[in-house]
Design a binder for this molecule. Structure first.
Ligand SMILES: [Zn+2]
Length: 170
């Protein structure tokens, strides 16, 4: 496995253990070249999935991208990376078992939102703001009140500034 820090092609496996749900193997790796440490996961893929985006474009389902977008939403939150991994495993299993090879991006997005809601409120709201493409403070405020978050959870930032538009994560 190539080192993500220096590009060295070989890395040493220091530790290898199944994830809690047994659906993947987690390996801690060490780069002999730069000493960088990183983790890889090995897992079963049952079928290739294609995502149909709102724009009408199709793209292969990218599991790593999904993990990244969730990790960004959960940044600095007390969320164990193992739990994110388990959550994504469960979502992917669900997607694979739907029997479709092509899935609308909103199906995945709604599934992620539902799972994140159970995991962490802040991560959920952050993900929703990107996924639902909030452009204005009012979008954010109405979403929060719909979801039962009071004004007090808004804090200083977010109350007066627009949420920058970004590409939806899926
Ligand atoms: Zn390296």
């Amino acid at each position: 496995m190539r080192c993500p820090f220096c590009g060295e092609l070989e890395s040493q496996v220091k530790d290898s253990r199944p994830s809690e749900d047994g659906a993947s193997i987690r390996r801690r790796r060490l780069c002999p070249e730069c000493g960088g440490r990183f983790t890889t996961f090995e897992r079963v893929q049952l079928r290739e999935l294609t995502i149909l985006k709102r724009s009408g474009r199709r793209a292969p389902f990218d599991r790593e991208k999904l993990v990244r977008s969730i990790s960004i939403a959960a940044r600095k939150r007390p969320v164990d990376p193992d739990r994110v991994e388990r959550m994504v495993n469960a979502i992917v299993r669900q997607l694979e078992s739907m029997g479709e090879t092509e899935l609308a991006s909103h199906v995945v997005g709604e599934m992620v939102m539902k799972a994140l809601k159970a995991l962490d409120d802040v991560a959920y709201v952050r993900y929703a703001s990107v996924y639902r493409d909030f452009r204005q403070t009012e979008d954010f405020a109405s979403f929060l009140s719909q979801e039962g978050f009071g004004d007090e959870s808004l804090g200083d930032e977010g109350a007066s500034e627009d949420v920058p538009g970004r590409e939806p994560a899926t």
